[in-house]
Write a protein that binds this ligand. Structure first.
Ligand code: SAH
Ligand code: SF4
Length: 399
């Protein structure tokens, strides 16, 4: 990106993945639930008696083996494969560019229908790898410290475009299993976080359908404990997440008074700290390892005092929430109205939390040199954006 330091050791290559142009009127099978796939197969001529079995077969080809071409689905009759190819397609978002950070983080820009673009980030770590995926182009919310929040919502992603980001990354990591080969238990892509662009709970149905597909044991088969959904605090969506997805939860908490949170995370004006904490207290969980992550961005002089740390702990204790507190050093972006807290301040804050008996890891910024760190994502190509005036007005307390 243009605002990257010129010396940053990055590589950038424009990928030449096979392009699937939308072919007139074909139905994309990616992103459909099993029931939806069954319905479209029947509507398009598959015998009702066979539909369930056909869904199972096609599902495995798409999500277990990563196939995109009906001709390769060798346990289906040749004539049936040809029929499928006439009516359906298996299409995922197209990779426009890929950047690799000096720390191994990969940032992909992917293009979705309508020419919009979203970013996807892969973060390799010891023994695991996390894919940070997007749920919307832009975001309707206007958190004042977030780069995505300066970009107007363009649209919600479809379930196909959400699970398609996972399939795209598996393509790039060359991680689809080969039939007959021994099962490799250490996956390069072992975890998913919904922490890219957008508020996932404002695109609930598509996020749910996509994550259900990612968890399906006859396919990508990621455990629900390896998927974390991050929300700014859409309380009704939190209840539905428990009931309909069952993944882990992270909350963009970021402030310890309603006054400050109203500014940093404006959705707080709709559901305030107390309502949010009550929803978290009610969130069912299977074991202690399923603690709720409190994300807390460290903004110099805004939310990083000792009093803030004490108030944060008091709140979590009062509501008896099994929590871990993830401190995120603020990642600056061009024109950002805040500064990152100093390292000393971040560590002092972390110590208070730790001594109160809570885990308080400090998130290591990854992929900063390619603007891939938390909160830095924003498709530079999206023209429509909020005015500088609006951003400054929203960030009133920074002055
Ligand atoms: N919309 C969802 C998920 C996307 S943001 C949410 O708000 O939770 C993922 C995380 O990055 C959130 O905790 C968000 O508050 C944080 N974040 C946003 N901008 C940031 C920045 N500039 N520096 C550090 N973290 C940031
Ligand atoms: Fe949207 Fe999350 Fe950014 Fe807030 S922090 S503007 S909810 S993406």
């Amino acid at each position: 990106m243009s605002d990257m330091p010129a010396t940053a050791p990055i590589t950038q290559d424009v990928m030449t993945l096979p392009r699937k142009m939308p072919e007139g009127g074909k139905i994309n099978l990616v992103g459909l639930t099993r029931d939806q796939m069954r319905d479209v197969l029947i509507e398009n001529g598959t015998a009702e008696k066979q539909a369930k079995m056909r869904v199972g077969q096609i599902w495995q080809w798409i999500y277990q083996w990563g196939k995109r071409d009906f001709a390769e689905m060798t346990n289906l009759a040749k004539a049936y494969r040809a029929e499928l190819a006439e009516k359906f397609e298996i299409t995922i978002p197209e990779v426009v560019s890929k950047q690799v950070s000096n720390d191994g983080t990969r940032k992909y820009l992917v293009r979705i229908a309508g020419g919009h673009e979203v970013e996807v980030v892969y973060i390799p770590e010891e023994g695991r790898g996390t894919l940070c995926i997007s749920s919307q182009v832009g975001c309707t919310l206007t958190c004042t410290f977030c780069h995505t929040g300066t970009q107007k919502l363009v649209r919600n992603l479809t379930a196909a475009e959400i699970v398609g980001q996972v399939m795209m990354a598996r393509d790039d990591l060359d991680e689809w299993p080969v039939p007959g080969a021994p099962k490799d238990e250490t996956r390069l892509l072992s975890n998913i976080v919904l922490m890219g662009m957008g508020e996932p709970l404002y695109n609930f149905d598509s996020v749910r359908d996509a994550m259900k597909i990612a968890m399906d044991p006859e396919g990508i088969s990621l455990s629900r404990r390896r998927i974390t959904l991050s929300t700014s605090g859409v309380v009704p969506g939190i209840v539905r997440t428990a009931e309909e997805i069952g993944c882990l939860l992270a909350i963009s908490f970021h402030a310890t008074t309603n006054e400050t949170r109203d500014v940093l995370v404006p959705i707080n004006k709709r559901w305030n700290i107390e309502e949010l904490l009550q929803a978290l207290a009610d969130y069912p969980r299977g074991s202690n390892s399923e603690r709720i992550t409190f994300e807390y961005v460290m903004l110099n002089g805004i939310n990083d005092s000792d009093e803030d740390a004490h108030r944060l702990i008091d709140y979590i204790k009062r509501y008896n929430i099994p929590a871990k507190i993830n401190l995120i050093p603020f990642n600056e972006w061009p024109g950002a109205p805040y500064k990152r807290s100093s390292n000393n301040r971040i560590h002092a804050f972390a110590d208070i939390i730790y001594h109160a008996g809570f885990a308080s890891p400090i998130r290591k910024p990854r992929g900063e040199d390619i603007m891939a760190a938390c909160g830095q994502l924003k498709s530079a190509t999206e023209r429509e954006r909020k005015s500088r005036k609006q951003i400054e007005a929203e960030a009133g307390i920074a002055k």
